[in-house]
Design a protein around this ligand. Structure first.
Ligand SMILES: Cc1cc2nc3c(=O)[nH]c(=O)nc-3n(C[C@H](O)[C@H](O)[C@H](O)COP(=O)(O)OP(=O)(O)OC[C@H]3O[C@@H](n4cnc5c(N)ncnc54)[C@H](O)[C@@H]3O)c2cc1C
Length: 485
């Protein structure tokens, strides 16, 4: 038998770093917490790998992006864990888990016991072999999930650049888009291949995608849409020279970057914990089907309270927040409410930057003028605004979008919403905050009986004044927006 801890975090990625921070904020006892990670470095902000890490100049390198700098907190270096009495076991893969026996077995054959386990194993990339394409291991074929992968990509980019070569990116999602932008930034011409009819098909409408595709094309990206690759051509050293498409055509390639999706790392727990939608099923406390075991981040299927359904979200904001929530549930089970998350994700490519809040279901209306670089979209489902997207927004504007997607206001007139555009969300922020007002409201409703009539008249007059101010603001913002966009 090896070491034993009150809490073990399995996985040393983004969520693990945020969970550790939450324990430290709550003065958790030195020596009670351990993190086991197969990576050789302390937890870091994974999104940096496809952005700052790939810049041609002044590229981000560890230790600059260890968690939790991404949210303005202290940068947690290895020393930080030591100073806070957290055992950080790196370069160590957990190869077996016994949930009922409360033990984990590591690749070095140590058995580590826990009282409480937090599973933060994240996800792994889908490999081309899983789509029936053999031989995707080559020095110039790159995937991107870990800092190790990112180092390989940087080396492969340098080699490609030195011979004036070109790259093929397989996949038109997040990773494909961000890597294609990085390759162009490194002056490597790119062809993107994907089966969908436009990029980021899971989120973008054809109208939104058209903007990014034109932007990419102007900078040297070629698109091969509606098709898939079927194999590679290699040279004598095993390096890929061309990507072969399903129709038999070939794309010369000195570098191939593959971003075709991910799968949650659940295999250690199959048959021991309940799974749903491919992830480990948790309740609103991030607790699995075994009450001593919690799970957070990319690996979980969790109840998305605002939509009343189970979801799997593979985005960093959820990783950070679910990690903090699980720790609170472990430390203060009697105080913690159920996880009430609103989906949020973002991306940055070239000098562009977009954010999305809520759900992209139902019908969609677009606003703004794309050529101005600032435009957006709202999704309306069952008469309510449920999702909001904006390219090129300011901090305040993104905050307004977050608020409107969370509040899901009724949309009585879709044409008016289209005309008001961003002004609708901005005006909505001037209304009382419904998240806290629903709570305050219930108190106020009770107090109303005790209030004097004069007070009620005063409140009614104030309400009319606020409504008039909002209407005025919508008009002002709308006309200003028309000037700006
Ligand atoms: C290149 C890239 C760019 C991204 N950009 C964005 C973005 O712009 N916006 C956004 O919202 N999201 C982005 N994401 C997604 C975001 O990074 C993830 O949602 C987040 O990292 C999930 O955190 P996690 O801790 O659940 O998983 P991870 O960060 O993947 O951490 C899982 C950890 O568990 C370890 N592990 C797994 N199995 C074992 C085992 N058996 N034994 C030991 N250790 C194990 C892994 O090695 C890893 O260290 C990006 C992801 C990538 C890869």
């Amino acid at each position: 038998m090896g070491r034993s801890f009150q809490v073990v975090i399995l996985g040393g990625g983004t969520a693990a770093g945020y969970a550790a921070l939450e324990f430290v904020k709550n003065d958790y006892n030195h020596g009670d917490l351990c993190i086991i990670s197969e990576e050789s470095v302390a937890p870091y902000e994974r999104p940096a790998l496809s952005k700052g890490f790939l810049l041609p100049e002044g590229a981000a390198r560890l230790p600059s992006f260890h968690t939790c700098v991404g949210t303005g907190n202290e940068r947690q270096l290895t020393k930080w864990y030591k100073d806070h009495g957290i055992e950080l076991i790196l370069d160590t893969r957990v190869v077996a888990a016994d949930v009922k026996g409360h033990t984990l077995r590591t690749s070095s054959q140590e058995t580590i016991a826990f009282r409480t386990l937090i599973i933060a194993t994240g996800a792994r990339v889908l490999r081309l072999e899983e789509f029936g394409i053999t031989g995707s291991v080559a020095p110039n074929i790159c995937y991107l999930r870990s800092v190790q992968d990112a180092n390989k990509l940087v080396e492969a980019m340098a080699a490609c650049k030195s011979i004036g070569g070109s790259a093929v990116v397989i996949g038109g999602g997040y990773i494909g888009m961000e890597c294609a932008a990085a390759l162009i930034g490194n002056r490597i011409p790119v062809t993107m291949v994907f089966p969908e009819s436009h990029i980021m098909a899971r989120l973008f409408t054809p109208e939104i995608a058209a903007f990014y595709e034109q932007y990419y094309e102007k900078r040297g990206v070629t698109f091969k849409k509606g098709t898939v690759m079927s194999g590679f051509e290699r040279n004598d050293q095993g390096k890929v020279e061309a990507v072969v498409l399903k129709d038999g055509s070939r794309l010369p390639a000195d570098l191939v970057v593959v971003g075709v999706g991910i799968r949650p790392n659940v295999s250690l727990f199959e048959g021991q914990l309940t799974l749903e939608k491919g992830g480990i099923k948790v309740n609103g406390k991030m607790q699995t089907s075994n009450s001593s075991v919690y799970a957070v981040g990319d690996v979980v299927s969790f109840p998305l309270r605002m939509y009343g359904e189970m979801r799997k979200l593979e985005h960093v904001d959820h990783a950070r927040k679910s990690a903090a929530h699980a720790v609170q549930a472990i430390l203060c089970p009697e105080k913690i409410e159920d996880y009430n998350y609103m989906p949020y994700f973002y991306s940055r490519v070239f000098t562009l930057s977009w954010q999305f809040f809520g759900d992209n279901v139902g019908s969609c209306i677009h606003y703004g003028v794309q050529s101005s670089g600032k435009f957006g979209a709202y999704w309306i489902n069952k008469g309510k605004l449920v999702g909001a997207f904006l390219e090129g927004g300011s901090k305040d504007e993104y905050a307004a979008l977050a608020r409107v997607a969370r509040d899901r206001p009724e949309v009585p007139d879709v044409n008016l919403l289209e005309d008001q555009g961003l002004g609708f969300a901005m005006a909505h922020t001037m209304e009382p905050d419904s998240a806290s007002s629903s709570f305050k409201g219930s108190i106020q409703a009770g107090n109303m009986l005790l209030e004097k009539p004069a007070m009620i008249v005063f409140q009614a007059a104030t309400g009319i004044a606020v409504a008039a101010a909002i209407a005025g603001f919508v008009y002002w913002y709308g006309s200003r927006r028309r000037r700006l966009l």
